[in-house]
Ligand binder design. Sequence first.
Ligand code: GLA
Length: 496
Amino acid sequence: MSLHGLAGLLLSLALLAVPAYGQSLAGRWAATGSALANGEVRKNILDLKQEGDKLSGTLQSLGSIRDVTGKVAGAHFELWGVGSNNPKPFVTGDLVNGELHASLRGDPIVAHRATAADEIPRPPYIEPPALHNVKSNGLATLPPMGWNSWNLFAEKVDDQTVRTMADAMVSSGMRDAGYIYVNIDDTWEGVRDAQGNLQSNHKFPDMKALADYVHSKGLKLGIYSSPGPRTCASYPASYGHEVQDAKVWASWGIDYLKYDWCSARAIYKNDALQAIYQKMGDALAETGRPIVYSLCEYGLGSVEKWGADVSGNLWRTTGDIRDTWDSMLSNIEKQVPTAPYAGPGHWNDPDMLEIGNGHMSDDEYRTHMSLWALTASPLLAGNDIRSMSAVTKSILMNGEVISIDQDPLGKQASPVKNGDLETWIKPLADGGAAVGVVNLGPAAAQATVRASDLHLARPVAKARDLWSHQEVQFIKDSYTATIPSHGTLLLRVWVQ
Ligand code: GLA
C-alpha cells in the first residue's frame, strides 16, 4: 500500500472510532429515572458501544436489563429495544456538554458518565436446580380465556380498574362467553416486608379483598412476576423468593400466574430457562392451590419442547404484540413451527389480543380473532371491556369462533400460502374442521375452499360461515367467496 493509501486507511479508521462531531457515545452512562408506584426510583445504566453511526449495548433499569440497538446523527441518538417490534425508539436524545439529555420511554433523563457509585448491585448467583418433571396441574384443558391489563393500561392499572373491569366482564357478557381470568400484569408490586413477603403497592391496597371481589363475580384473578430480581417494568420480582411468593399469592386467592423472564437474563443464560421455570412450577404445586402457570419468555430456548415438563399451561412464542396488522401477523406466523406441541393443558401463546384497541380495521380484528382461534391460542382480551363498541363485542364474543379455539381436540392449525391467500385448517374433535382463508393482499380477492383439501374422514354434511353466521353450500366439493383485503373467510365444516 502506498503511503497515501495508508494515511487514508488510518484516517477512515479514526473516523469510524470517533464520529465526525468528535465525541463518542461509547461507555457507561447513569441516569435517575421516574419513581415506581412502590416509592423506589428507577436507576438506569446505559452501556453503549459505537461503531460509526451505529450504537449497540444494554439498558439496565434497577435490576432489569435489555439489549438496545440504535444510531447517531450528529449529536442526536436514538435507541430501540432488540427483539421489540415497536418502530418507535424508546430512548431518544442528544449529547450536550458531555451529558445525554434524553427521553426514556417518555421520561426526561439526564445521563452522566457512570462512576462506581452508580453501579446497580447484582444479587448473589443462585444455582439453578437439577431438572425433573413437575406433575401437570391438570388445568387449562382448553386454551385459557380472560382479560389482561397490559396492552391497554400498562403501568396505569389499579384496584379500581380491575374491579370495574370485572363488573364489565359480567355485564358485557364476556364472562358467559368464556372469558374467566382477570389478569393483573406488571406494576402491582410493592416492597418486601421484614419477613421477605412481597406486598402490593398503594395501587392495590388489599389483594385478598380484590380476589374475593373478582371471585364473587364468578371470575378468577391472575397476577404477574419474573424469575429475576426485577420485572420488565423494574418492580421487585421473585428471584430467591419463589416458594414464599407462591404461598403469598395462594393466600390471596390468586388463580393464574404470568411469569416473565425479564431480568432473569441478567443472571442466567438461556440454557437455565427450564430449570428456572421448573422452580416456580414446583413452588406453585407446593401451595396446593390450582394456579394456571403462564410462561412468558418470548419463545426463547425452544420453550415448546419443555414447557409442559415444568407444569406450564401456556408459553409465549414471540415478543410483545402491538396493535398493528404487521405485529399481529408476525406474531402468529412466528408461532407456526411450534404447532405440534400444542394440546390440552399446554398451549402456545402468540400474546394477548389487541381487538378493540383501535389501530386495526374491523376486518383486521376479525382476522386476529380467527387466527388465534384456528391456532388454539389463549384468548386474553387486552381492550377496555367497560366501553366496547358493538363491533368489538361481535368479534370477541362470537361464540362460533370461540368454539373453534376451545375445541377439545386442541389442534393448532398451520398455514399454506398461495399468493396473497393463506389457508389455515384446524381438525376438530367431531371429525369436522375449521378452515380460515386470510387475504393478505391490498385488494379484495376470491378464494375457493375445496372439501378434498380438508382431509376429512367422511363427506361434508354441513358448512357455516362463522362471521356471517350463515350456512353455506359446498357445490361439487368446493365453496367460493370474496374476501376483503386483510379479512378472513372462516368456515366450520361438519362431516356426515
Ligand atoms: C414484557 C411482557 C409483556 C408485559 C410487560 C410488563 O414485555 O412480554 O407482556 O407483561 O413485560 O412489563
